[in-house]
Write a protein of this length. Sequence first.
Length: 58
Amino acid sequence: MRMYLTAEPKPVIRRMAEELGVHHEALCNRIRQAEADAGERDVGPTLITCGLPAAHPT
């Protein structure tokens, strides 16, 4: 995640995932989780889903 988060300009996730040998959705999820853990996203750290907003408990 650090590799993506510190890169300027931001690399294409799909290409970076291919270079790392992981599925692009897995990398996407890990990046979003890292952003949430760092307080850079509005959703809770365990409610991250790739491309879908987190459901809020009622």
